[in-house]
Design a protein around this ligand. Structure first.
Ligand code: HEM
Ligand code: HEM
Length: 302
């Protein structure tokens, strides 16, 4: 499962740096945290089985790495927030989806923290609380990373810009819609609503039917909001304004080749020479406040 979120973590960190116009407090620590999550994720599978009849001691053993995984997750979040603090974030569809990702990642991570404790999981396991938890991290946060990446790299891939107004509508409606769907799941779980169960006529579930109805409307609403994205993709692909080689003023290599890149060699036979590490922002240069990786101009001290 954690594999599902790692690409989004990388995408979001990269896009945020470009839009903050400054490096993260430490992008290396973010990379170490991603490695720690990748490593620990091999050891947490037993947390799905606390209630399978396993020896309570084994549950404790699996609980430990599961709780440990919240440490790199928290460090990364603090680095994102600490770096955002005081930065002049450029607001666009891609950076908004990055903020949405952080919000959802934190919300889903907090519920994971409860589930990681076997004694609390006795009550919450196989309820909608779990369904709420994993949709927030896997169903929404990871997909917000995909949206952020699409808005960011679409100009590079197609040579055309996406429509910003539609992108922002898509973001805000999706953010509101997904919270409206997946927050109530947690309350259903706390009220004892088991998952994978359809007989809602059972006495103790009847009072919860309005919550399910609300979630259904919210899901239809959120699904409809995705039509804005699909329309934007289709329209921009053919009619969007022409994109320059580097519309977001980023430093990494892909922005040094035309949008879209030449068909048979990304760099058109002119292989780039790398002079710097990828994040050279807030530096006075001939291009403004950044130095491309391919530029021999002096960059920031790293
Ligand atoms: C912040 C750290 C996280 C912790 C501490 C955590 C903990 C847990 C625990 C203990 C469970 C089992 C609950 C139960 O069945 O009773 C669970 C379920 C689940 N988690 Fe997480 N989780 C975290 C982050 C994530 C992430 C990042 C993803 C995916 C991107 C994820 C995906 C899932 C899924 C898919 C399930 C349920 C699978 C199923 O039963 O169908 N979790 N989580
Ligand atoms: C509007 C969007 C979505 C809604 C309303 C939704 C709703 C649901 C509901 C109600 C359940 C389980 C019900 C039950 O246990 O009885 C479920 C299961 C699940 N969903 Fe979603 N979902 C959505 C999107 C997604 C996405 C985008 C992902 C993954 C990236 C995802 C992954 C899963 C998984 C892994 C399960 C567990 C299947 C199982 O119980 O074996 N869902 N979803």
């Amino acid at each position: 499962m954690y594999i599902a979120i790692l690409p989004a973590i990388g995408i979001v960190s990269h896009i945020l740096i470009c839009n903050m116009r400054k490096n993260m407090l430490s992008h290396r620590v973010i990379i170490y945290c991603m490695m720690a999550i990748g490593f620990l994720s091999y050891m947490v599978w037993g947390h799905h089985m606390f209630l399978s009849g396993m020896n309570p001691f084994s549950a404790l053993v699996f609980s430990f790495p599961t709780l440990m995984i919240t440490i790199p997750a928290t460090i990364m979040t603090l680095i994102w927030l600490g770096s955002l603090y005081g930065s002049n974030l450029r607001i666009n569809s891609a950076s908004l989806f990055c903020l949405g990702f952080i919000s959802m990642f934190v919300s889903g991570g907090i519920s994971g923290f409860f589930l990681a404790q076997p004694s609390i999981d006795i009550y919450l396991h196989a309820t909608y609380f779990v369904v709420g938890h994993f949709h927030m991290v896997m169903g929404v946060a990871a997909i917000m990373g995909v949206f952020a990446g699409t808005y960011f790299w679409f100009p590079k891939m197609t040579g055309r810009m996406m429509n910003e107004t539609l992108g922002r509508w898509h973001f805000f409606l999706t953010l509101i819609g997904t919270y409206a769907i997946f927050m109530p799941f947690h309350y259903l779980g706390l009220a004892g609503n088991v998952r994978r169960y359809s007989a809602f006529q059972d006495d103790f579930l009847v009072p919860l039917i309005p919550v399910h109805k609300f979630i259904t409307y919210a899901a239809l609403f959120t699904g409809a909001a995705q039509l804005i994205f699909i329309a934007n993709l289709a329209y921009s692909r053919f009619k969007g304004p022409q994109a320059s080689a580097n519309p977001w003023e980023c430093t990494s290599l892909e922005w040094s080749t035309p949008s879209s890149p030449p068909p048979f060699d990304n760099f058109g036979g002119q292989h780039p020479v790398v002079h710097h590490d990828p994040y050279q922002y807030g530096v006075k240069s001939s291009t403004g406040d950044y130095v491309m990786q391919t530029s021999p101009e002096p960059g920031a001290a790293s």
